[in-house]
Design a protein around this ligand. Sequence first.
Ligand code: PMP
Length: 415
Amino acid sequence: MKDVFATQESEVRSYSRTWPATFDRALGSWLYDESGNAYLDFFAGAGALNYGHNNPLLKRKLIEYIERDGIHHGLDQATVARGEFLRTIDEKLFRPRGLNYKVQFPGPTGTNSVEAALKLARKITGRESIISFTNAFHGMTLGSLSVTGNSMKRGGAGIPLVHATPMPYDNYFDGQVDDFLYFESLLRDSGSGLNAPAAVIVETLQGEGGINDTRAEWLRGLSELCGRHGILLIVDDVQMGCGRTGPFFSFEHAGIEPDIVCLSKSIGGYGSPLALTLIKPEHDVWEPGEHNGTFRGNNPALVTATEALRQYWSDDELERATLAKGERVGEALLELCADHPGLLSKGRGLARGLGFAEPEMAGKVSKAAFDRGMILETSGPSDEVVKVMPPLTITEDELERGIRIIRDSVRSVLA
Ligand code: PMP
């Protein structure tokens, strides 16, 4: 099977091809290759599989829907599946949190959500530039790429379409400089060319950027600064939303209310493409048809999305379990740090990471884990961070098994 990939597929094959296996089946926290070898999945589709692979509760709904010939492709039509999803997201997510958003279906994937957010922010404010942060990742289409702080990804694409100004992320100055004084001085300084941007786009915890967290007070400061200057705040929760950090939205702990929120990855529940752009009602200035596309109502994904909200967000059980599992992972990573100077434990909830001073060590740990039957990916500007992101539904036994493999892999590499 492997030859066909080398001969038939573009060289753009990405990181997940470095695992030397051809995968065939998956269930819960496990992936199986074509020979039946099992791998514990601590990557979970880069945050797209928060409820695990082929989640049985969601699978049942999907099969029922397909068997009764529920609408599969429906452009932007009003469908029962879409209506039920809209009702459920309001009931399960927005109301209990005192949030009020209108829901846009911007296209199938995360980058579509970001594109819609950038366009809308520019339309609302009549301004053009966008501020994004060092090591940010927002997607691979040209608008999203413009605000992505990764020169390797941007390299071949030429001049960004959106004028994006990179800003130091939280903790960049290690407390030596007041981030917001610096930020505001740039806004005030007309010579800087940074007059009144349309929006700031931020991940509250950078996934691709290397599991870099922000402090709640920094997020509140950012939100206040945006409010003072009439700049819209866009939170890109594509990877860190849907419970990855514990609460459904990764910004809940800071008590902020972004103007626009981008969601994708786990929102569909079952791993199928679905993206949303959440817009505060007063900002919904779209004209009908102004932002369209063929795949904007993945009805089967809406069915599993609705069921995931009902099953996992009717109470705070998943949130509490995720925080407890995250604490356990954090504790295990700190033990490794104590044994091996130079390692860094990072993250929050079940978005955790282990940082290495020498990037090649992170790659070696990922390989050593694979040899022990585990999928563990790296991230960060030099791939120096081992990402620990299992499905949120992982059992405690599986979690402990994964922790043991990480420990053994780190020890084998650093021995
Ligand atoms: N934003 C963030 C924060 C992401 O992590 C990603 C994907 N890694 C995207 C946007 C882009 O999503 P997609 O790959 O589905 O287009």
